[in-house]
Design a protein around this ligand. Structure first.
Ligand SMILES: Nc1ncnc2c1ncn2[C@@H]1O[C@H](COP(=O)(O)OP(=O)(O)OP(=O)(O)O)[C@@H](O)[C@H]1O
Ligand code: SF4
Ligand SMILES: [Mg+2]
Length: 323
């Protein structure tokens, strides 16, 4: 595995002012993504996954922190630097039914990101060839080139979204729930397509999903978020074999086990996710955690290394980092 960091995020914060206070959507996130790696980002609805993705490429502005792309802080980029960065970092959006402009044809949708580049804007033949190539790469028939999104099913629409993201030849792609609006068998096709593209084009991915069983099929490492905070970050195998944070344990135990003879202790998640507005001190999971103690309600656990390149934010996980 390549250990050159393509992206490093330090203490990222994004708050939204709402009528009853400050909503802590992303609260002090730090993580990195290596070149060619997929980091899976999971957590329940509303925990801040999309806000994290959007903040990284400045579709919304962060309040604090650093987003280093090849060691340069994206949050400090000026207009020309941002224009260049937008070619290198792309996003595939959550819902292929609403994220594609219905008035644009498939050709226009895929070629639109190329129009920032002089070599394509001025050369129709070249643009045409590039769009056809991208359609082939994502498995879309060329005969659909003049169709409109409403004429396509969900799987094909998401292929258009992926081709559009790939058109400026990016190095890094944020995939925000790219398969959650699709049928299970189409999901598998799209995941396989993404895996193949990643290998062929040496892409780095941030793969966002509320579903651990989806992230499992594509991630090298997995980051688990709860109410704006990262609670566990670890190698894919370690998370599945030995989840350390009680929230990760609960998420995992909700995944059905395919083999009939396998037993697993189930940790059922009780209670609702609390409000992210003006969160109190202490562990944000305390109200739902079966292991919670007094300290958990008073002190916020920091994300710290507990050995083997594993990071956990829980007062009860005490392992020391290995040398
Ligand atoms: N523009 C906004 N103004 C106010 N609150 C917002 C805004 N955007 C997001 N939020 C809030 O920020 C929190 C995080 O939202 P976000 O969309 O990032 O969650 P998510 O993890 O992507 O959820 P889902 O799985 O449902 O997509 C939520 O409480 C959401 O209501
Ligand atoms: S810090 Fe306490 S409440 Fe939070 S996950 Fe750990 S044991 Fe549970
Ligand atoms: Mg989302």
């Amino acid at each position: 595995m390549n250990t050159e960091k393509i992206l490093e995020v330090k203490n990222l914060k994004k708050y939204f002012k709402v009528k009853n206070g400050m909503l802590h959507a992303v609260d002090d996130l730090s993580f990195y993504i290596n070149k060619g790696e997929t980091l899976g980002l999971v957590g329940e609805s509303g925990c801040g996954k999309s806000t994290t993705g959007r903040t990284l490429i400045r579709l919304i502005e962060a309040d604090e922190g650093e987003v280093l792309f090849h060691n340069k802080d994206v949050l400090k980029f000026n207009k020309p630097e941002m224009k260049e960065f937008r070619q290198q970092a792309q996003m595939v959006f959550q819902d292929p039914y609403s994220s594609l402009n219905p008035r644009l044809s498939i050709f226009e949708l895929i070629s639109e990101p190329l129009m920032n580049s002089n070599q394509y804007r001025k050369d129709k033949v070249k643009t045409n060839a590039r769009v056809k190539k991208l359609m082939e790469v994502v498995g879309l028939s060329e005969r659909l080139i003049n169709s409109y999104p409403h004429e396509l099913d969900g799987g094909r629409r998401q292929r258009v979204g992926i081709a559009r993201a790939l058109s400026p030849n990016p190095e890094f792609v944020i995939l925000d729930e790219p398969v959650s609006a699709l049928d299970v068998c189409i999901q598998a096709q799209i995941i396989n397509l993404l895996k193949r593209l990643q290998k062929e084009l040496e892409l780095s991915f941030l793969f966002i999903s509320h579903d651990l069983s989806v992230v499992k099929h594509i991630s090298d490492r997995i980051a688990v978020m709860y109410l704006g905070k990262m609670v566990e970050l670890s190698d894919y195998n370690a998370i599945f074999a030995d989840p350390l944070h009680p929230y990760t344990q609960a998420l995992l135990s909700a995944i059905p086990i395919p083999k009939v003879n396998v037993e697993r202790n189930r940790t059922i998640l009780v209670g609702d996710v609390p409000s992210p507005v003006n969160p109190p001190e202490g562990c944000r999971f305390a109200g739902r955690c079966i292991h919670a103690q007094e300290k958990c309600h008073q002190e916020t656990p920091e994300l710290r290394e507990v050995g083997g390149n594993r990071f956990v934010a829980c007062h009860l996980v005490n392992n020391e980092p290995s040398e």
